[in-house]
Ligand binder design. Structure first.
Ligand code: S3P
Length: 170
């Protein structure tokens, strides 16, 4: 029997640990895990960077919305969302209809240490530095906070500890 009554959507800034935490959380809870970026890559048969370059950000954002509709057809699971998923109100509404939204947070310094060698994050192309990350995080924070049912601080925690914090607060 599925131990979840509804989906758990993991949101938060790029590099905060949504993917690694989701994988561990899904193991701890014995439920499936899905990653919206991975679902988009599979559906579009292109990398995230290629989609941004060929089709543009707006196309990517619309595709993200369609992915939530696909997830609504699946049994409750852990969903690791792309960092921009909660920026669109329509996405937040759709997520809240079918699940709980968990926001992971970290300092810009921690985020930078996780993303600095990344080549598949088009929004940080040419801007891979702490001041830019901090600025983008500040711009996004109101929407992330408004979307969140649960907020989990991750600094100094392993993904396993973050997963335990989430389980405690469910
Ligand atoms: C994005 C985050 C990325 C990916 C895309 C856009 C964003 O996912 O969806 O590059 O707008 O924050 P991660 O948060 O997994 O890096």
């Amino acid at each position: 029997m599925n131990r979840l009554k509804e989906h758990i959507f993991m949101i938060g800034f790029m590099g905060v640990g949504k993917t690694s935490t989701s994988r561990i959380l899904s193991k701890k809870l014995g439920v499936k895990e899905n990653d919206t970026d991975a679902m988009i890559v599979k559906q579009e048969k292109k990398s995230i960077a290629e989609i941004f370059a060929d089709e543009g950000e707006e196309y990517f954002r619309k595709t993200e919305t369609g992915i939530i509709d696909k997830l609504a057809e699946l049994e409750p699971c852990i969903v690791s969302c792309g960092g921009g998923m909660a920026m669109r109100e329509v996405n937040v509404e759709k997520m809240k209809k079918i699940g709980k939204v968990v926001l992971l947070t970290a300092t810009p310094e921690t985020i930078y240490s996780h993303v600095k060698d990344s080549t598949n994050r088009p929004l940080l192309n040419g801007n891979m530095n702490i001041p830019y990350i901090k600025k983008l995080m500040e711009e996004r924070a109101p929407k992330y906070n408004a979307a969140a049912d649960i907020v989990i601080e991750t600094d100094g925690c392993t993904p396993s500890q973050v997963a335990d914090k989430i389980i405690d607060s469910l």
